[in-house]
Write a protein that binds this ligand. Structure first.
Ligand code: C5P
Length: 226
């Protein structure tokens, strides 16, 4: 196995990727790449600056000058150019704006190096839509985590209500379906399992069960128990 092994975890919104990736990174003492947060940071900055999605040149300028910093503590804070934008970035607006800028090939290209820079010893857990297909096609382990859309909407609803944020299940279900469609149908880096990816359906699994499955798979790849 390479000095900096990568576990790539791809899947649709609400499949549990983020939670699972965070637990795995902490457990293995690996770095963590939340690539969705990078797309969200771009989307929110574009929104705040009132730039049209069609203005690719200006969006790329934003990306090239943008400093995104992650603080992985209790809530996982995200700072853009020193400003704490965690709440906005994690909002539904953040998700929708992210998926709008994510269809632009220039945006994906400009974010590639930033993502590759997360690969460091002793290893990386990378969470997103194209980790196993485009960003880390040589990942030691590729997981495609899925769950049915009703279950994913319900999880998101529970998460938001738990945080005291207003939400309705029909609205969340509609937004998730719209985002799924945009992510899977875009011509550049569409959401799909990478070559050799193990597909896990988390609909009826607990977080711990998914984590255990991934650790068992990684132990096989690494030829040592985790
Ligand atoms: O994973 P998360 O919900 O934070 O991602 C937000 C959006 O960013 C996704 O719906 C997708 O459009 C985009 N994204 C992407 N490629 C990634 C990660 C996220 O296109 N690697």
């Amino acid at each position: 196995m390479k000095a900096c092994p990568v576990i790539a975890i791809d899947g649709p919104s609400g499949s549990g990727k983020g939670t699972i990736a965070g637990i795995l990174a902490a457990r293995l003492d690996f770095s963590l790449l939340d690539s969705g947060a990078l797309y969200r940071a771009v989307g929110i900055t574009v929104h705040k600056s009132r730039i049209e999605i069609s203005n690719t040149k200006q969006i790329i300028e934003i990306i090239n000058n943008m400093d995104v910093c992650f603080q992985y503590n209790d809530v996982g804070r995200i700072f853009v150019d020193g400003e704490d934008l965690t709440t906005l970035i994690r909002s539904e607006l953040g998700g929708q704006m992210a998926s709008k800028v994510a269809v632009l090939p220039e945006v994906r290209g400009a974010l590639l190096d930033k993502q590759l820079a997360f690969r460091a010893g002793p290893g990386l857990v990378a969470d997103g839509r194209d980790m196993g297909t485009v960003v880390f096609p040589d990942a030691e382990l590729k997981i495609f985590l899925n769950a049915n859309v009703q279950e994913r909407a319900q999880r998101r609803y529970n998460q938001l209500i738990g945080k005291g944020i207003d939400a309705t299940l029909p609205d969340l279900l509609r937004d998730l379906k719209e985002r799924d469609r945009r992510d899977t149908e875009r011509p550049v880096s569409p959401l799909r399992p990478g070559k050799g990816a193990v597909i896990i359906d988390s609909t009826d699994l607990t977080i711990q069960e998914v984590v255990d499955q991934v650790l068992t798979l990684f132990s096989t790849v690494a030829s040592r128990p985790y």
